[in-house]
Design a protein around this ligand. Structure first.
Ligand SMILES: Cc1cc2nc3c(=O)[nH]c(=O)nc-3n(C[C@H](O)[C@H](O)[C@H](O)COP(=O)(O)OP(=O)(O)OC[C@H]3O[C@@H](n4cnc5c(N)ncnc54)[C@H](O)[C@@H]3O)c2cc1C
Length: 366
């Protein structure tokens, strides 16, 4: 068996680690100069998203032998709406670095493999298919999947972010749900340390949003973050991501080609979390190649989760600021804490079932 992995990101490297655990050594093709050769930013692994798993990092190490260290554990989340604020506490998840950061998840994973990585790769899928028995498509870009098979795009997102300097508690993250700042989207703050944090504005590219000026929205968001934190944050670096695709591929596997990570449809549309499913799909593709599992069967529950998340996104998009205020008010205190720390049921799945009748064009069949 000769396996090529296209992309040395989370899903590709998770696949490589798992293959190596089973004594298969793939060749990895990476377009960039090095692993994580991208702007530095922080991401969040929120436990409530990954139920029934409550601690995703412990799960990856204990069940799958993939060892990841976070920047910090998150014990407080402050959600702001126009007029309300919810403080949610508990074991909420982890923040982790990405890109060129020395402790970026992809860099931690690259240290766990022996397989060869070919950098600055210009290989196309067609070339790899000719030279290898199996190809794993892990380019992090669903547009690549769309060239090869049917990929149903549900939305694309614009993201603008910056590293800001100020005073932060590394265990406290914040989110803003306010259509004046982030129409049908949200903004968030993830600290790297006591002195630095990432602030990011993310909203869908619907026609009504395309008319809006990104820089005006950004200035509004940045000023709101400064006001809510009572600090004059200094901006260090910034980044923009445009037309970030969220959707699901029709076939997780076609013949000897596997679609993993964002190329599978790892990003959950509600809030855009994709790391957990990216790593899982990489592991599952390797399981199939090693004869441990069937990729299509293993990914079925992930497709269902995606659909549940799409219902939540469509519901969120229907809410004006007064409704967002009501929800945020309810989340404050024991209700929010209980919801986020529930261990025995999947709250997002439950809520998505309850909301389904109230959401227009809510989902598609898996
Ligand atoms: C700004 C931003 C913030 C995010 N925040 C969060 C968050 O807080 N929590 C969360 O869970 N998720 C978040 N996500 C989503 C998450 O980052 C992705 O779902 C996840 O990284 C996808 O993993 P992947 O393996 O598919 O792709 P990646 O990890 O992006 O890796 C893809 C790799 O393939 C390489 N590549 C691309 N094209 C080719 C090619 N033609 N040939 C060879 N190599 C190629 C790339 O250079 C890259 O190294 C965020 C995404 C962005 C953009």
């Amino acid at each position: 068996m000769k396996v090529a992995i296209m992309g040395a990101g989370l899903s590709g490297l998770a696949c490589a680690i798992t293959l190596e655990q089973n004594r298969i050594y793939p060749t990895i093709f990476e377009k960039r100069n090095e692993v994580g050769d991208r702007f530095i930013y922080n991401e969040l692994m929120l436990s409530i998203i990954n139920r029934p798993v409550t601690d995703s990092l412990a799960y990856f190490s204990e069940k799958h032998g993939i060892y990841l260290h976070p920047v910090s554990n998150v014990s407080k989340l402050i959600v702001h709406s126009e007029n309300e604020q919810a403080k949610i506490t508990g074991k909420l998840g982890f923040t982790n670095a990405r890109g060129r950061h020395k402790d970026a998840f992809e860099k931690q994973m690259a240290k766990q493999i022996k397989s060869k990585i070919i950098f600055n790769s210009k290989y196309t899928y067609e070339q790899l298919q000719r030279e290898f028995t199996h190809v794993i498509i892990a380019t992090g870009d669903a547009a690549y999947t769309a060239k090869v098979q049917d990929f149903q795009e549900d939305l694309t997102v614009t993201l603008k972010g910056a590293t800001v300097v100020g005073k932060f508690d590394p265990h406290t993250t914040a989110a803003w749900l306010d259509n004046r700042l982030c129409p049908k989207g949200y903004g968030y703050l993830l600290p790297y340390s006591h002195q630095e944090a990432n602030i990011v504005l993310a909203y869908p590219d619907y026609p009504e949003n395309r008319k809006k000026d990104l820089n005006t929205l950004w200035d509004r968001f940045y000023n709101k973050v400064c006001t809510d934190l009572g600090q004059n944050l200094k901006i260090r670096d910034n980044f923009e991501v445009t037309r970030y695709i969220i959707g699901l591929c029709k076939y997780p596997r076609i013949g000897n080609t596997f679609f993993v990570g964002n190329c599978f449809g790892a990003i959950l549309p509600f809030l855009g979390f994709g790391q957990y499913v990216s790593i899982l799909t990489g592991i599952y593709a390797a399981y199939d190649l090693c004869g441990i599992g069937d990729y299509e069967k293993l990914t079925k529950p992930l497709q269902k989760n995606y659909n549940n998340s799409l219902v939540l996104r469509r519901y969120l998009e229907q809410l004006d600021n007064s409704k967002l205020d009501k929800i945020v008010k309810k989340l404050n205190g024991p209700i929010g804490n209980k919801l986020f720390s529930s261990k025995h049921y999947d709250p997002l799945k439950l809520v998505s079932y309850l909301l389904r009748p109230f959401v227009k064009n809510n989902t598609r069949k898996v």
